[in-house]
Design a protein around this ligand. Structure first.
Ligand code: DAT
Ligand code: MG
Length: 150
């Protein structure tokens, strides 16, 4: 089953939006596999955002993600990565479609509330980076057969 890392970033946590984000993914039919509320270390932030090193916004991005606790989660489902990115919205909140999380709660790219893996391979790498195996739960729901076709 495809998996995505999801982070409710420090602004989302501070603004009391953890429940809102979880509710949206639950309602979508995705299955929660792991969750932890944590302060992000500088080392983890740098590994997570390694692809952006050297870009003009990099220092601000590292400062933002380490500024206060985040809610880190793993969600799974068929096409979970695409489904979650769709619910999250575009990187820039003002370019996000109405109804998406970044549109409905955000204005600025540097306060865009949430992170989600951008490709299935990224999902695998990011889940490995953020979670130990014994922090992830393999489980089924009685409702799965009404949400997942196979
Ligand atoms: P996403 O978070 O949608 O996957 P990304 O991986 O391109 O976007 O960038 C990671 C984060 O970096 C993004 O959530 C916010 C910040 N960022 C990206 N592009 C930016 C820009 N042009 N100006 C400022 N911050 C930016
Ligand atoms: Mg990204």
């Amino acid at each position: 089953m495809e998996r995505s890392l999801v982070l409710v970033k420090p602004d989302g946590v501070q603004r009391g939006l953890i429940g809102e984000v979880i509710a949206r993914f639950e309602r979508r039919g995705l299955r929660l596999v792991g969750a932890k509320f944590m302060q992000v270390s500088l080392d983890l932030a740098k590994q997570h955002y390694a692809e952006h090193e050297g870009k003009p916004f990099y220092d601000g991005l590292i400062a933002y993600i380490t500024s206060a606790p985040v809610m880190a989660m793993v969600w799974e489902g068929p096409n979970a990565v695409a489904a979650i990115r769709q619910t999250v919205g575009s990187t820039k909140p003002v370019e996000s479609a109405p109804g998406t999380i970044r549109h409905d709660f955000g204005l600025e790219v540097g306060r865009n509330l949430i992170h989600a893996s951008d490709k299935p391979e990224t999902g695998v790498r990011e889940v490995e980076l953020w979670f130990k195996n014994d922090e992830l739960v393999d489980w089924t729901r009685d409702v799965d057969r009404w949400v997942f076709e196979k």
